[in-house]
Design a protein around this ligand. Structure first.
Ligand code: ZN
Length: 60
């Protein structure tokens, strides 16, 4: 299971995004960022942003 906490990313948000696989958490994180943080989907899917999201992932 992978998790990303919005707080770790510096967001004032208590949400923790989870996923079984890297692809799944990437998808869930993107959905959350678009829905709740006003990002555009193409911003999230840039390789730079994907690397950033990966660096915040915690495996448990
Ligand atoms: Zn959030």
């Amino acid at each position: 299971m992978y998790t990303i906490s919005c707080r770790d990313v510096g967001r004032d948000c208590d949400c923790v995004v989870q996923g079984e696989t890297e692809e799944e958490i990437m998808k869930n994180a993107a959905e959350h960022a678009v829905k709740d943080h006003g990002y555009k989907e193409q911003d999230i899917m840039s390789s730079e942003m994907r690397e950033k999201i990966k660096s915040y992932m915690r495996k448990s």
